[in-house]
Write a protein that binds this ligand. Structure first.
Ligand SMILES: Nc1ncnc2c1ncn2[C@@H]1O[C@H](COP(=O)(O)OP(=O)(O)OP(=O)(O)O)[C@@H](O)[C@H]1O
Length: 479
């Protein structure tokens, strides 16, 4: 039997981290067992579903690398099939037409509450034979009245539900549209689902869905209900409450594998290992090791993991993701130094790709002004002469490589009896516009000879201009 799992979101918003982790567990289960992973859009709520949400979910899945083998399937395209199954259940006596009106149901409900009973449909139309004038009936499932439903849950172990606790749920509304529990069963049956791994917010639906499977003469799939991810307020993250979209993590400079790693560890562990490649996740993931309790999303830990991934990933891989961020800043990396070298120079320190992209801008684009405090501190009159000298030596450099540039810088500071930083920092501000960059020799190599010389000239001119404009009538500098 080939394992088949699915992710079945309702396209009523973006893909958020809670849904994404449930998708990841389902995907890992399929991959680990050499099975199929299906994507299904549960879009029957036409009011709340939208094409934009479908696209946002697809974008999130693609970015995370949770590729699906089949789908996306859309429930709205399967209405005739749902109708067929409703007819089948009616014909086999597992469903019946219910003519109770909304007002009657509400009145009975109020009475049940007044008697301190659990409000539920009282089964009045179960044996009804004749239609009722002027009322369009709904179709209800004839839930067994006795016995139990036993769920052997992959995460929670055996969970028992009493049939006496379950309502005769509505399968089709008066206008003929199918309800959630019916569509899910028909799809899971038709799509050959062997394992349904979903959030434990669905646990109460499971005995109802299992009974519909039995009524159709089928074995239900194996279920695994994974715990919820909660926000800092301990409320379940959902599209309607506090969830952060997966794509906003892309925009904030996270690597998809860092987010996957964070999500897999949220509620699952393998010894004390923290960092897992996707291949390791597939190999080591065991749904039986998933916690039963909910987890709280911790953005600091995610940031820490992202930094680890930036440090350790292949530069070419980071370059691939970084170029997307540079594109957002209007930079075409092919118009400057090799992006892989730019990544290598910054891999040790960047926490996010947004930070790396921001710090990479001067490698690709000339800047207009300097960071103000840095310029005031480092581009001082006293440094003009050594900076000019350094510039002239750079111009004559035999080759434009970090080691040669380093030698030239050392020789210049020696000549002026300066500490290295006293010239390296002004140089950095001159060529980058700011006081932070990778090692200065590497920075210069990346910027290239022409740009470096032009930027030092620009800084020297800026310094002269500043000297004249800030000079007092007596000729003393005031800054
Ligand atoms: N906070 C969460 N933690 C873990 N899994 C979740 C969370 N929220 C939803 N899921 C799971 O993600 C899958 C898709 O859910 P769905 O699209 O209905 O998301 P939702 O955010 O609950 O939507 P809505 O805001 O409409 O309630 C389901 O299996 C659901 O159980």
């Amino acid at each position: 039997m080939t394992v088949c799992t699915r992710f079945a979101p309702s396209p009523t918003g973006y893909l958020h981290v809670g849904g994404a982790r449930t998708a990841l567990f389902s995907w890992l289960y399929a991959r680990k067992h050499g099975g199929r992973f299906i994507l299904r859009m549960e879009d029957t709520d036409r009011e709340r579903s939208s094409v934009e949400s479908v696209n946002a979910i697809l974008e999130g899945m693609t970015w995370l690398g949770l590729e699906y083998d089949e789908g996306p399937f859309y429930q709205t395209e399967r209405f005739s099939r749902y109708r067929e199954i409703v007819e089948q259940l009616l014909a086999s006596g597992h469903a019946y037409l219910c003519y109770c009106t909304r007002e009657e149901l509400e009145a009975r409900r109020a009475e049940q509450i007044a008697r301190k009973e659990k409000p539920r449909y009282d089964g009045r139309c179960r044996e009804r034979q004749s239609p009722r004038e002027g009322v369009s009936p709904v179709v209800r499932f004839k839930n067994p009245l006795e016995g139990q439903v036993l769920i052997r849950d992959l995460v929670r172990g055996t969970v028992v539900f009493q049939n006496s606790e379950l309502d005769d749920l509505i399968l089709a509304r008066a206008d003929g549209t199918p309800t959630y529990n019916l569509t899910v069963v028909v799809d899971d049956m038709d799509m050959g689902m062997t394992h349904v791994i979903r959030g434990d917010d669905h646990l109460n639906n499971t005995p109802r869905q299992s009974n519909i499977f039995y009524a159709l003469g089928k074995e239900p799939p194996v279920y695994g209900h994974v715990p919820m991810i909660l926000g800092p307020d301990r409320q379940r993250l959902s599209k309607r409450h506090g969830a952060v979209s997966v794509i906003s993590y892309r925009e904030a400079g996270y690597l998809p594998e860092a987010l996957l790693n964070y999500l897999v560890r949220l509620g699952w562990s393998h010894g004390d290992q923290e960092v897992f490649s996707v291949d390791e996740m597939i190999k080591l993931f065991d749904i039986a090791d998933v916690n039963q309790s909910a987890s709280i999303f911790n953005p600091e830990k995610l940031l820490w993991l992202n930094q680890q991934y930036i440090k350790k990933s292949e530069p070419a891989h980071i370059a691939h993701h970084l170029s997307w961020h540079l594109g957002r800043l209007g930079i075409d990396p092919s118009e400057g130094p090799d992006l892989i070298a730019v990544v290598q120079a910054q891999q040790e320190r960047a926490k996010t790709l947004v930070e790396m992209a921001h710090n990479s801008v001067p490698f690709y684009r000339d800047f207009d002004g300097y960071e103000e405090t840095a310029a005031r501190k480092h581009l001082k009159a006293s440094v003009r002469e050594p900076l000019q000298d350094l510039r002239d030596r750079f111009e004559k450099a035999q080759c434009w490589e970090a080691s040669t540039l380093h030698e030239i810088l050392l020789a210049t500071v020696e000549r002026y009896e300066l500490k290295l930083g006293k010239l390296a920092q002004p140089l950095r501000v001159a060529v980058m516009g700011r006081p932070i960059s990778p090692p200065i020799d590497v920075t210069l190599e990346l910027i290239g000879r022409e740009r470096t010389l032009a930027r030092i000239d620009q800084a020297l001119a800026w310094m002269s201009h500043r000297e004249t404009s800030t000079a007092t009538p007596s000729g003393h500098e005031t800054a």
